[in-house]
Design a binder for this molecule. Sequence first.
Ligand code: GLU
Length: 307
Amino acid sequence: MNYQLILDEISQEIQPLLHEGKVADYIPALADVNKNQFAMSITLFDGTTHNIGSTNELFSIQSISKVFSFTKALKIYRISLYNRIGKEPSGNPFNSLVQLEYEHGIPRNPFINAGAINVTDSLISHYKDASMAYEEVLSFIKAISEESSIYSNEIVANSEMLNGYRNMALANLMKSFNNLDNETKEVVQTYFKQCAIEMNTKMLSRSMLYLANRGVDPITNIRYISEPQAKRINAVMLTCGHYDASGDFAYKVGLPGKSGVGGGIVALVPNLMGICVWSPGLNEQGNSLVGTKALELFTTKTGLSIF
Ligand code: GLU
């Protein structure tokens, strides 16, 4: 298949949509990002990559990081992780408090904010130190993307902390239900640091290969997680990776994927490739508007959906 030609076509077809959507201005440090940007990368199992657009541009990975922290926590705690977090779609916005209240402080899944904050808490408890927990997530990301230069943008993390009332509320609510071990401020700060990691579409498409290949990185042959764990992470990405638009994403794109409010979306085609698309304009559910369209065009043109 001529993937480069397909990416070129997609880049042409999304142009009229680039002015639509809204950047994540609830995080002031992200409010000034130019929304007319687009990048898309795919990485195949032999390391071959195809790229279009600003694929060297670093952006805030935000909730894409939840895939990596969930991977670490699932590897450590196995099914006991589900004593504190569910694995069902929430059908609610990513930062909703309502459901968490009536479900007694147990977040629906690891990809809504409450769930990811809870995952971070579980990692802090395991490593007995917040910065160690963060460093472990960061070095995992560096390993799976084979990129040692990755860092977290302190300005973005601090900007979120200064305005993070809702995430603090989620953490406090979980703490009130005894479903958070550590101090809420420390947990939320660590979560924001992880969200503020910056990567580009090349690195992120590369980082999805372990999930596309049943837990083993096909380039380095390193096993990061077991095959059943990889299957489950992919399932949660498919059903919960786009918050209350997860059904829509499955319907239109048909791949396991995870979005972030920085405008990135990672996805994977099982047994074949990792994908990442980036465009900062978001739709109403907080997912990249152009990114979702680009992935829809990709699976339509290639026939590479899981359905
Ligand atoms: N750091 C963001 C928040 O907590 C992540 C949200 C997202 O990327 O969907 O609001």
